[in-house]
Design a protein around this ligand. Structure first.
Ligand code: NOJ
Ligand code: CA
Length: 524
């Protein structure tokens, strides 16, 4: 298996890559990415220099939420392949030193899952208590004021029994009842099923929301709630004290940690807590090994916001952090940061800043090509969520031409054709391409000394357009402004990595082009 840096776990110093399976590579011309497609692109991933991939859900699913509605936790949807394809993928990936993480979706199942189908037969079903049911409020309405993250009430009435079931997402995604020990046991088995097949870890979907308030108390309302307003606005109308982030979820993570440690597997969470202390409470060290910090996906391109988003969680979580500037849920960073080459330069600068902080950076597929969002015309939109997540989910452009090397059929999601120079074929091994800049960054990061025990010292003084820090012998610097800037950085060290336009002006000064960034190493 792949290199280990230092004595710690294998993910210290590692870099991850998120594969949105539907849109990565299609091996059988049905227009849907699949496991065999991924297998055919392992060489690309190894050459890019990532250490592990996290693959989004591939389980049997009605696809109400594109696979985050699981109908069988221990099988593969035929559209993505078979268990044999999965085993082949693991074997090939491991042979190449690449680890594979899978997406576990424990907060909710699909309404098509046999557990829920049985639960629907009535209150006497053996599986009724696998889900969160409650009687109507005295006025016949939902049992409490909880709302779904996708908007609207978090409760749907089951006409047959007269009870409501709870769903933090779509009605097709009923929440599991994590206070039921049988559910806990089921998931122990599910984890072991995949670990026995050789997976190297799990990304836990909606980690932090598993256990709900035992009395299903209403949340305090802190603003006007408009059930047809945008989903973020709806969510912010309440203080989510009773529906999410209940401390009891931690028992589940401790249990899973013990299982994962048996297999040297990495347990990381989609820990959507915007407050660094909240994130630290969710990932205190003896449960999940790590949790994503989401601020880099939300910040505007503003130096103070960036500084805060980078610094805030570092001392609290250290190596337990995971960093990403994009995912299948938010617009791609180059689009958010101004579009075109401006957005690409800014995204790369942010990735350089992230690259040497404690924790594990995870690239989202296509980020290494500098991709902006694909354009999905209004009539082609497929995502059920109002904000629309299709733009960041369009097929990976591998090569010029129809289907862009993603498929020889019709892609499952229609989008405008990518420009030829956005494709992997046009960029791989081309000096100066976005792909080369990312490959060089990953290679430079890999060759740095082990930084795990080195504290982060911010060296930019907290003002001005430059962000910089030192970590042991390494200095990382980025100019967030649109003008070249002279930064007072000791340049006695070797430049391990630099974007174009970074030059040593004179002793003690580095001249950095607009949105440029560099990593310097001082000889010991
Ligand atoms: C987070 C996933 O990343 C997102 O795509 C999904 O819709 C929700 N969790 C619900 O599972
Ligand atoms: Ca396919």
């Amino acid at each position: 298996m792949a290199r280990r840096q230092g004595p710690g776990p294998w993910w210290h110093g590692a870099i991850g890559y998120q594969i949105y399976i539907r849109s990565f590579a299609d091996s059988n011309a049905d227009g849907i990415g699949d496991l065999t497609g991924i297998r055919g692109r392992l060489g690309y991933l190894v050459d890019l220099g990532v250490d592990f991939v996290w693959i989004t859900p591939f389980y049997p699913s009605p696809m109400a939420d594109w696979g985050y509605d699981v109908a069988d936790y221990c099988d593969i949807d035929p559209r993505f392949g078979t268990l044999a394809d999965f085993d082949d993928l693991i074997v090939d990936a491991h042979r190449r030193g690449l680890r594979i993480l899978v997406d576990l979706v424990p907060n909710h199942s699909s309404d098509a899952h046999p557990w829920f189908q049985d639960a629907l037969t009535g209150p006497d079903s053996d599986y009724r208590d696998y889900y969160v049911w409650a009687d109507p409020d005295s006025d016949g309405g939902p049992p409490n004021n909880w709302i779904a993250y996708f908007g609207g009430p978090a409760w749907t009435l089951d006409q047959a029994s007269g009870q409501y079931y709870m769903h933090l997402f779509l009605p097709e995604q009923p929440d599991l009842n994590w206070r039921n020990p049988s559910v806990v046991d089921e998931f122990d088995r599910i984890l072991r099923f995949w670990l026995e097949r050789g997976v190297d870890g799990f990304r836990i979907d909606v980690a932090g929301a598993l256990v709900k308030d035992d009395r299903l108390r209403s949340n305090p309302q802190v603003g006007p709630w408009d059930p047809i307003a945008g989903r973020a606005k709806q969510w912010l109308a309440f203080d989510h004290r009773h529906d999410v982030f209940q401390p009891e979820s931690h028992q589940v993570f401790r249990r899973w940690r013990a299982i994962c440690d048996e297999y040297d597997a990495y347990l990381l969470g989609e820990t959507y807590h915007r407050d660094p202390q909240g994130l630290a409470d969710l990932v205190p060290g003896d449960g999940m090994h790590g949790g994503f910090w989401f601020e880099p996906m939300h910040v505007d391109w503003d130096v103070d916001e960036l500084r805060r988003a980078l610094a805030a969680p570092v001392d609290l979580l250290g190596e337990r952090l995971l960093w990403a500037t994009g995912s299948h849920d938010v617009p791609r960073s180059p689009s958010r940061f101004g579009g075109g080459d401006l957005g690409r330069e800014r995204t790369l600068a942010l990735n350089v800043l992230i690259s040497c902080l404690p924790g594990v950076p995870v690239l989202y597929q296509g980020e290494e090509l500098g991709l902006v969002d694909g354009r999905v015309p209004p009539g082609a939109v497929l995502d059920p969520v109002e904000s629309g997540r299709d733009g960041c989910r369009t097929p990976m452009p591998w090569e010029p031409g129809p289907g862009t090397g993603f498929t020889t059929g019709e892609p499952w999601l229609y989008s405008d054709r990518r420009a030829d120079d956005e494709t992997a074929q046009a960029q791989v091994n081309r000096p100066g391409s976005w792909h080369s800049r990312y490959t060089d960054l990953l290679a430079a990061r890999r060759d740095l000394p082990d930084l795990v025990n080195e504290p982060v010292v911010w060296t930019d003084g907290g003002d001005g357009p430059v962000i910089s820090y030192r970590r042991g012998p390494v200095t990382v610097v980025a100019n967030t402004s649109g003008h070249a800037h002279q930064a007072e950085i000791p340049v006695d060290g070797a430049v391990a990595y630099a974007t174009p336009g970074v030059v040593a002006a004179d002793a003690g000064h580095l001249s950095i082009a607009a949105h440029g960034a560099a990593i310097l190493v001082t000889p010991s």
